[in-house]
Design a protein. Structure first.
Lengths: 92, 205
C-alpha cells in the first residue's frame, strides 16, 4: 500500500499512537487503529518503533546511579541533626 | 494530622503510617522517609538537571522543604506525588539559575515523514528485538542524551510518565496541568526520542 503522509487515516492514527499504546482509548478507536495499521506498513512501523521507544524508556528505570556516598553521608547527618532538634522541641 | 476526608486509597501508599508517626513527634523517623526516596529522587534530579551537583542540590532542597512542610501535608494526594511536586518545582528553580537553552514547543508536524524516501517500507529490526538483546551501554547513553536534549516541559512529562512510572492523572497532578496536556506533551516527547533512536540505528546499520 502506498503511503501519503497527508492521508487522513494515517494522520489520525499518528496523533493517537501514544494513547493507543497506553491503553487510554475507547475499544472502537483501538479497533480502527489496528485495522489501519494492519494494512499500512508506514503506520505499522510508526506504531512498532514507538512501542519499542517506550519499552526502552521503561527499561531506563533500572539504570539508576547510587547517590554519591560522601554527599549522602554528609547531608543525612544534617537531616539527623534537624530531626533530633525537632524531637527535643516536641518533648519540651 | 492527615486529612480524615482524604481518599482511603491514598492512605494505602505505604508511607501513611510513617508520616503519621513523624508528625506525632517521632521526627527521628524522617531519615527512614529519606532512605525510601533518596535514590529515586537523586536520579530524577540527574535526568532533569543534567548535572550531578544540581541533582544533589535538588535532593537536599526537596527534603528540606518536605521536612519543613510535612506537618501541613493533608494526604489530599499520595505522599510520592506531593514529593515529586516539590522536587519538580525545585528543579525548575534550579534551571532558572542554570545555563540551559530556552524551551521550545515541539510540533507534531516535525515528526511526520517529509518525503516519500522517508516513508518506511518495512519495520526496522530494532523495533522487534527483545530488550535484553538491544539495550547495551552505548544505547543507554543515546537514550539518556536523547532525554536530556528534550525541551524541559517535554522532558518532565516523559521522565515522570515513562521512567518514574506515574499515571497520566498523577503526572497532571504533579505538574498542575490537564491530563490532555500531559498526553499531548508525552506523545511529542516520545516521537522526539524515537527520532533519536531512528538516527542511531540508521547509522548503526
Amino acid at each position: 500500500m502506498t503511503h501519503d503522509a497527508s492521508h487522513t487515516a494515517c494522520l489520525e492514527l499518528f496523533e493517537k499512537l501514544s494513547e493507543y499504546l497506553d491503553d487510554e482509548l475507547d475499544e472502537q478507536i483501538c479497533q480502527q487503529i489496528e485495522a489501519h495499521a494492519g494494512s499500512c506498513v508506514a503506520c505499522k512501523t510508526c506504531l512498532e518503533t514507538l512501542r519499542q521507544t517506550i519499552a526502552l524508556c521503561h527499561a531506563m528505570k533500572q539504570n539508576e546511579t547510587p547517590v554519591p556516598a560522601n554527599f549522602s553521608d554528609r547531608w543525612k547527618e544534617c537531616i539527623r541533626k534537624m530531626a533530633s532538634e525537632a524531637v527535643d522541641a516536641h518533648q519540651s | 494530622m492527615p486529612n480524615p476526608s482524604a481518599d482511603p486509597k491514598i492512605k494505602q501508599d505505604g508511607d501513611f503510617e510513617l508520616i503519621q508517626a513523624i508528625n506525632a513527634g517521632h521526627a527521628e523517623l524522617f531519615t527512614e522517609l529519606v532512605s525510601r526516596y533518596e535514590r529515586k529522587l537523586y536520579n530524577f534530579g540527574v535526568r532533569m538537571c543534567r548535572d550531578v551537583q544540581d541533582a544533589e542540590d535538588v535532593l537536599q532542597d526537596t527534603f528540606l522543604n518536605v521536612f519543613k512542610y510535612l506537618k501541613d501535608f493533608r494526604y489530599e494526594t499520595k505522599f510520592k506525588n506531593w514529593l515529586y511536586r516539590i522536587a519538580t518545582s525545585t528543579c525548575l528553580k534550579k534551571r532558572r539559575k542554570s545555563r540551559f537553552a530556552p524551551d521550545r514547543e515541539l510540533s507534531l508536524d516535525e515528526f511526520l515523514p517529509k518525503e516519500e524516501a522517508e516513508i518506511p517500507v518495512q519495520t526496522p529490526a530494532w523495533a522487534s528485538l527483545p530488550l535484553d538483546q538491544l539495550l547495551n551501554e552505548e544505547l543507554s547513553s543515546i537514550i539518556k542524551e536523547g532525554i536530556q536534549s528534550l525541551p524541559e516541559n517535554y522532558r518532565l512529562v516523559l521522565v515522570l510518565r515513562d521512567i518514574e512510572g506515574f499515571s497520566t492523572a498523577e503526572t497532571a497532578q504533579v505538574l498542575g496541568l490537564t491530563p490532555e496536556n500531559i498526553k499531548v506533551r508525552l506523545h511529542r516527547a516520545r516521537l522526539f526520542l524515537r527520532e533519536k533512536l531512528k538516527d542511531y540505528f540508521s547509522h548503526d546499520a
